[in-house]
Structure formats: C-alpha cells, structure tokens
Design a protein. Structure first.
Length: 337
C-alpha cells in the first residue's frame, strides 16, 4: 500500500499478549447470544490468567451469516479464554436494537463492553450510559472517528478511508477504468468511508451501489442487473468476502469481463485469491480486532492500562494477494483470517 497516505496522527500498537493471537483459537470459553463461532484449527494453548473471573459483553452490528464476524468472534473468544473471562456475544444489524443490547449489558452489570460504532448516533448514547455506570467500553471495527465521543478506552480497527485509497492505488496500477463499489449495509460509516476512499484516489470512474447484504440472492440479482446495464464496468470492489463471492457469480451470469477485488477474507475468498479468481483483498485482521477489544478491557480492569496513547490502534489495512496468499491461506482454512 502507499504508506504516505497513513495519517501521521495514527499510532500502531499491539498488545504484547496478542503477539501470537493469529495462531490461537478459542476453546472452553462461555458465550451467549447466538450460535458459537465455527471451530477450526488447534485448541487454545496459551494458558489462563490467574486474575479474578469477569464477564464481558461483545455487541456488534453483524448481519446473519456474515463469515467476517465468525473470525472476529474467534479472536474475542481466544482472549476471553486466556483472561478468565466469560464472553457474552450478541448482535443486531438494526442500530436501535444494537443500542438496546448495549443497554441490556449495562443493566446486567457486566464488567466490560466491547462494541462497534457502525451507526454512531444510535450507539454512542448507550456507550455513554455504560461509562456513567462505571463499565469500561472498548470500540472496534467501526467508529475510528467516534470512539472518543463514546467514552471508549480505545479503538481497534482499520482507517477505512486510508484503506479505500490504498485499494484505489492498486486499481490504478492494474489499469482499471470503471469501478463499482458495493455497499452491503447502507448507513454503515466504515463501508461508506471505504467507498469514499476509493473514489478519492481512483483515476477512473467510481460508481457506488447499495445491496442488502443479508440477502445474497438479492445481491446477486442487483449486481447482475447493474453489470448487464453498464458493460463499461471492468472492476467490482466488494466490501466483504461474501459479497466478493456473489460478485463472481453475478459477473458470470451477466457475461461481464469485470475483475473482483475485496475487503476482508474467508476460506473461499482466500482460495479464490490463490486461484486468481479474486485479484486481492484488503485485510483489517478481524481476529486481531476481536482479540484486542477483549484483551484491552481485561488489561484496563486488572491494571488500569490503556492502549494506543489516545490514538486508534490500527489493525490494517494490509494487502493479501498472489505474493503472500500461500502464507496466509493456512490461517484462512483455520477460520482465523
């Protein structure tokens, strides 16, 4: 990526305990609020903290069936297992319902809350209620510009405008002329920032299209129709691995010759990068996001530690492409990348 684009105010710090996080997999940790993340790889072997048992809530805006959040949750569960923490996971794509889940966690007097700020106006008041109740909050994945307003002790994720601009630079190098940026959840600040970043640096034409990421059959038909309507589109930028996989189907159905790039990974997307069907992925390391969001709460509770020096702790962006997919692929198979 073009490192000159990274804002000088950003600080990239990684909690020491997370140095081996991408090799860990949660086991023996209690979780509630939905199906437990799918298992894969070897069991956690990092030991367990001798500190007092605590309960943390993790509350996200995840859409049902989105494999990205399985990876986030595995990281969170690995940290919880290490830290002698019971993790209560819940999610809702509707902002008001996500805020209600935060309020429920406050009422239950959990010891800490990790949350996403996908829709800041709705979630920040609930986060402030947690702060007022003496419950520390860590923000991750979305809300890089809003976490301090929410009273969070830290933020763990990617700078999405920088990530979008870095992807655009790669498209410029590849000679793309007309990009279709696909947003699967309207109103999500991170997804909007990604497409804005692409548009800011891409030398060709950038179109943005909104699809319903919770309904892949609808995504397929919407993208197919768009590609049939405009044959000049030679690039599709997906903002999540499941969307990228559906975009490949839409391109085939439409008889288009467009190429696909994506944000984030899952096992199939990694396999498609390996085979050349997908050009590359911009990786924000969701396992690490989940791990750090939980581990930061534990460090704050046991030792008053904060991470980042008042700046976001960046977990990306980084590229996964033909040059490094062989090294990353094994972790994607394990379900941790």
């Amino acid at each position: 990526m073009n490192r000159s684009r990274r804002s000088t105010r950003k600080t990239v710090l990684v909690v020491a305990a997370a140095a081996t996080a991408t090799a860990l997999l949660a086991a023996g940790c209690s979780s509630t609020g939905g199906a437990k993340a799918a298992s894969g790889g070897s069991a956690v072997s990092a030991g367990k903290a001798g500190t007092a048992h605590m309960t943390f809530a993790m509350i996200t805006h995840a859409a049902p069936g989105d494999t990205f959040w399985d990876i986030v949750r595995k990281g969170a569960e690995a940290a919880a297992a290490k830290d002698n923490v019971t993790l209560q996971y819940s999610n809702d794509q509707v902002a008001s319902k996500q805020a209600a889940l935060v309020n429920n966690a406050v009422a239950a007097k959990v010891d800490g809350i990790a949350l996403t700020l996908s829709t800041p106006d709705a979630i920040i008041p609930a986060a402030k209620q947690a702060e007022a109740a003496g419950i520390p909050v860590s923000a991750f994945n979305q809300g890089e510009s809003y976490w301090q307003q929410a009273g969070a002790i830290g933020y763990f994720g990617s700078d999405e405008k920088v990530a979008g601009a870095a992807l655009a630079d790669r498209l410029n190098t590849l000679g793309a002329k007309h990009d279709l940026c696909v947003i699967q959840q309207q109103g999500s600040v991170a997804l909007e920032d990604r497409c804005a970043g692409v548009k800011s640096s891409f030398k060709g034409t950038t179109d943005t299209i909104y699809v319903n990421g919770a309904d892949m059959s609808s995504v397929l038909s919407t993208l197919e129709a768009k590609l049939k309507q405009d044959s000049s589109i030679d690039q599709v930028t997906a903002l999540g691995a499941p969307i990228a996989l559906t975009a490949l189907q839409a391109i085939s159905a439409a008889g288009s010759s467009a190429k696909v790039s994506t944000f984030d990974l899952n096992q199939q997307a990694a396999a498609d990068i390996k085979s050349g069907k997908i050009e590359f992925s911009v990786d924000q390391q969701p396992y690490l996001e989940g791990y750090l969001a939980v581990d930061a709460l534990w460090l704050y509770k046991i030792n008053g530690d904060t991470v980042g020096g008042g700046k976001p702790t960046l977990t990306g962006p980084a590229f996964v492409d033909s040059s490094n997919i062989s090294a990353v692929y094994q972790y994607a198979v394990n379900g941790t990348r």
